[in-house]
Design a protein around this ligand. Structure first.
Ligand code: S3P
Length: 444
């Protein structure tokens, strides 16, 4: 949590221009995976650039409770793994805090470890559906006991003789895909998972990096991933790039606030994560990528964003997996764009840290923007001047909190949020970083 201001309430006031250069914390998806794969490998994994946000620290604590040894050495994190199948029964409940990724990926690991465990989370995570992993993972032979609707707390009795899975994902979800691959690590034979649309492939990339045999083939619009079970994963060095989903906030603030021009360095540019940047270009945003390179097996670059007029956009549903976490901040940008935007096919937003479809619409409405929800589409009527003055309910959702504070940079009256604490789950130091660039965000 940001300790510079004790109150959880924050207000954002119209900004001066945002200028300068910054880096954002490490990629959340890659950070979780680096700790988990490190714990399942033999030997030492050294991670640089790990996101030290609350979500990832929960994963570190859980992997420790399962027997891995994890420590910080200078700026790096070291993991001494237990090898595939080598984790041990935890002595207590595993608390995954606010993190759906941590909970769902860990369910995959626990399904094929022959012991008893119980997983819980905070008020937001305990509302989120786990059935999407419980159903396929049960076919390994593992037993799951959950609350009504497949909610946490969840008891898992891992399979003694795990079976490999062959599963077609009903929804495009990298978390479910990864849970199945993680379960497949400790099952003999080939685990196969088919996704209807390509989703972030950090698990596939990292599995290969740790020495697993993984193949990926196209299938219609999507992909089929095959993993050969029971490989010997070897500890490896992992360099975590800056999280493009976090970079989105300072970049958006710069696009919005008159006179701004700023650079975010070392941002991950995995093509399955860059749907927002494609969309911003369609809106006419001034966005330039410099210094493109590969670091730690992932493409990275420096992104320069400068203020300019934005036009409305129609985002196809098929693009959603590549920008699934960016819709709240995109909606803020659309509110300031000329014309009516339509963001299509957002059913998955309903099961994020909050019901992000409803909550994003509410965030804009309370600040005077005309918004509609039609089935799974969000329709935003852009307006030249946004009144602001609203108190945004953030529902324990970090991305709603940051999106509201960015909106407050361009409204006539300050925008307030009810709770800033959850920002630390993915972006510790957000307020400090934004203020350093010229944003006005303060205790209400
Ligand atoms: C993630 C996948 C996405 C995303 C989440 C991180 C991951 O969730 O929203 O923030 O690391 O695999 P879904 O798999 O539910 O789409």
């Amino acid at each position: 949590m940001d300790s510079s201001v004790p109150s959880p309430h924050r207000a954002a006031r119209p900004a001066q221009p945002l200028t300068g250069t910054c880096i954002v914390p490490g990629d959340k998806s890659i950070s979780h995976r680096a700790l988990m794969f490190g714990a399942l490998a033999v030997g030492q994994t050294r991670i640089s650039g790990l996101l030290e946000g609350e979500d990832v620290l929960r994963t570190a604590a859980a992997m420790r409770a399962l027997g891995a040894s994890i420590s910080r050495e200078g700026a790096d994190w070291l993991v001494a793994g237990r090898g595939i199948g080598g984790l041990t029964e935890p002595a207590d409940v595993l608390d995954m805090g606010n993190s759906g990724t941590a909970a769902r990926l860990l369910a995959g690991i626990l399904a094929t470890h022959d012991f008893y465990s119980v997983m819980t989370g905070d008020g937001s995570l305990r509302k989120r559906p786990m059935k999407r992993v419980i159903d396929p993972l049960s076919a390994t032979g593992a037993q799951f006991f959950a609350r009504e609707g497949g909610r946490l707390p969840l008891t898992i009795i891992g399979a003694r003789n795990p079976l490999p899975l062959n599963y077609r994902l009903p929804v495009a979800s990298a978390q479910v895909k990864s849970a199945i691959l993680l379960a497949g690590l400790n099952a003999p034979g080939i685990t196969e998972v088919e996704e209807p649309e390509p989703t972030r492939d950090h698990s596939e990339n990292m599995l290969r990096h740790f020495g697993a045999d993984v193949s990926v083939a196209s299938a219609g619009h999507g992909r089929v991933i095959r993993l050969k079970g029971q490989p010997e994963l070897r500890g490896a060095d992992v360099t975590v790039p800056g999280d493009p989903s976090s970079a989105a906030f300072p970049l958006a603030a710069s696009l919005l606030a008159a006179g701004s021009s700023l650079t975010v360095r070392n941002v991950g540019l995995n093509p399955l994560r860059t749907g927002l940047f494609t969309t911003l270009r369609e809106m006419g945003a001034s966005l330039t990528v410099q210094n493109e390179r590969v670091a730690g097996g992932e493409p990275v670059g420096d992104i320069l964003a400068a203020h300019g007029e934005l036009r409305a956009v129609d985002v196809p549903a098929r693009r959603a997996p590549s920008m699934i976490d960016e819709y709240p901040i995109l909606a803020v940008l659309c509110a300031a764009a000329r014309g009516t935007s339509r963001l299509r096919g957002l059913h998955e937003l309903r099961v994020k840290e909050s019901d992000r479809l409803t909550a994003t619409a509410a965030l804009l409405r309370v600040n005077g923007v005309h918004v509609e929800i039609e089935e799974d589409d969000l329709i935003i009527h852009g307006t030249g001047t946004i009144p602001g003055g609203g108190l945004v309910e953030t529902h324990m959702d970090h991305r709603l909190a940051m999106s509201a504070l960015v909106l407050g940079q361009i409204t006539s009256a300050p925008v307030s949020i009810d709770d800033a604490r959850f920002i630390d789950t993915s972006f510790p130091g957000f307020l400090r970083l934004m203020r350093g660039l010229g944003a006005r965000m303060e205790a209400a």
